[in-house]
Write a protein that binds this ligand. Sequence first.
Ligand SMILES: *[C@@H]1O[C@H](CO)[C@@H](O)[C@H](O)[C@H]1NC(C)=O
Ligand SMILES: *[C@@H]1O[C@H](CO)[C@@H](O)[C@H](O)[C@H]1NC(C)=O
Ligand SMILES: *[C@@H]1O[C@H](CO)[C@@H](O)[C@H](O)[C@H]1NC(C)=O
Ligand SMILES: *[C@@H]1O[C@H](CO)[C@@H](O)[C@H](O)[C@H]1NC(C)=O
Ligand SMILES: *[C@@H]1O[C@H](CO)[C@@H](O)[C@H](O)[C@H]1NC(C)=O
Ligand SMILES: *[C@@H]1O[C@H](CO)[C@@H](O)[C@H](O)[C@H]1NC(C)=O
Length: 483
Amino acid sequence: MHPTTKLLVLICVAASVVAVSSSTHATGTSARCVPHEREALLEFKGGITSDGETASRTAAAGEASGAAGRTGHVRELHLRNVHANNTLLIDDNETALVGQISPSLLSLRHLVHLDLSVQELQGPTGHVPEFLGSFKKLRYLNLSCIPFIGRVPPHLGNLSRLQSLDLSQSDHVFLSLGAQLSSTDISWLTRLPMLRYLNMQYVNLSLATDWARVVNTLPSLTALCLSQCSLQSANQSLPHHNLTNLEDLDLSENYFVQPSASCWFWNITSLRRLNVGASHLYGQPPSALGGLQHLQVLIYSRSSMGTIPSMRNLCNLEILDLRDNFLHGNIFEMLPRCSPNKLTELHLENNYVRGLPKLIGEFVNIVTLDMSNNQLTGHIPSEIGMLNKLAYLDLSNGSPHGIELLGLSTFHALGGSNKLAYLDLSNNQFASSQTEKNQLTGTIPYEIGMLNNLAYMDLSGNNIGGVVTEEHFANLTSLDFFF
Ligand SMILES: *[C@@H]1O[C@H](CO)[C@@H](O)[C@H](O)[C@H]1NC(C)=O
Ligand SMILES: *[C@@H]1O[C@H](CO)[C@@H](O)[C@H](O)[C@H]1NC(C)=O
Ligand SMILES: *[C@@H]1O[C@H](CO)[C@@H](O)[C@H](O)[C@H]1NC(C)=O
Ligand SMILES: *[C@@H]1O[C@H](CO)[C@@H](O)[C@H](O)[C@H]1NC(C)=O
Ligand SMILES: *[C@@H]1O[C@H](CO)[C@@H](O)[C@H](O)[C@H]1NC(C)=O
Ligand SMILES: *[C@@H]1O[C@H](CO)[C@@H](O)[C@H](O)[C@H]1NC(C)=O
């Protein structure tokens, strides 16, 4: 039997979730399927012109499945392409189903879950079919990474039970096809009051100027991703915000050429993850940022902030990415001062931070610390040795003027960091201070040999002289790269 046929026949088996197996006598059980729904699935199959190797592969892996209720009605259709890493490359259609979404699916009137993601089912016109707005019971619709073009049909606003809508596109699709979905008016979303998850990444919403007012009518939202949507502003004035359940907000890579403080979303205190990276906001974020107490992840990179407000009370913060922001001044004083401090990842690369203060010792859970390309001067404090989870440390390109940065104490301190796997101290000045010169004359201390998990070490561009002996490296059994 043709693999796709087998797949669809199996979907009709009246059991709960039926994973597709390599069973060859599936037709026998298909009698339990409601006949017109079986017909609809066969017609849907007819709309698929090429199934590469997907159907057979998915079938073999048991990953595609359908589910039908006791009545024999098809309730769920899982046809996600799990072999394409979420980034459908158009000339790599080996893994995708190619064809169109047949309107015959409309016979599946009991459908609650429809996932056709990462397949090439855009059909000859390339448009999102309007009839997809007609599934009255649908709660989950995933059309992610199908290379659609044209507008998002407002008919989707008829899916009044919808809880999850994923229309996200991939820029790979855009780059290879020049295709992009767009929507000039997203007011149809206001008719989806139960929506909890909405992802429209890479859908062009540049003309949907009232987007903030629209999403503000969706009080059930917990996750909203409008990254790369060509949004033009985030300074809408809203009387109050309704989004009391919102935990994830991703507005990265948009074109808000506005002061950060004028954005409307700073009052959403339920946020756990906020990504506004590379969205052309400028200026210091408002002090309200310091009140987002549930925040675990803040990505606010590439935004020319200059300075930051106090985040001292953000005790749940685990990941903080402030790279490329023209940051200067006493950054560390503004970071979470909590006990315990939960921060595990801190990105401050490409700023104008001048030093690494002693209070770095409070960040006891830090695993990744990247401060490359700053204007570090002075010594690295020995408190860095208190960070015993530190695995990645990049302090390269500390200063254009070559002021001394590293001293013997650094290596003594780092000697205790036995988790350290990546160490880049290149392009600094090593041990040029008077006090240490006598003892060290710019040689590498033996403590470096205690870093027995080190896989990558770059000490180039320093004034390191002296001899590197075997003793230095005796315990560095993991070292793969040394410069
Ligand atoms: C939709 O499908 C994509 C690709 O298969 C997946 O990464 C994403 O998590 C799905 N969205 C939802 C809301 O489940
Ligand atoms: C669905 O929505 C569209 C556009 O929003 C509308 O024209 C159409 O009448 C609606 N269809 C049904 C069946 O409600
Ligand atoms: C988005 O749509 C607008 C208006 O049609 C257009 O000017 C703009 O170039 C589009 N953006 C992208 C990234 O294609
Ligand atoms: C809040 O949501 C409700 C329900 O969707 C809506 O009627 C109301 O207009 C919204 N408030 C604002 C300020 O948008
Ligand atoms: C939002 O910012 C734009 C400039 O980017 C400005 O023209 C507009 O008046 C601002 N709107 C509000 C409500 O502040
Ligand atoms: C945000 O909070 C400030 C003060 O706490 C208030 O004046 C403003 O109206 C609030 N904005 C929204 C959109 O809730």
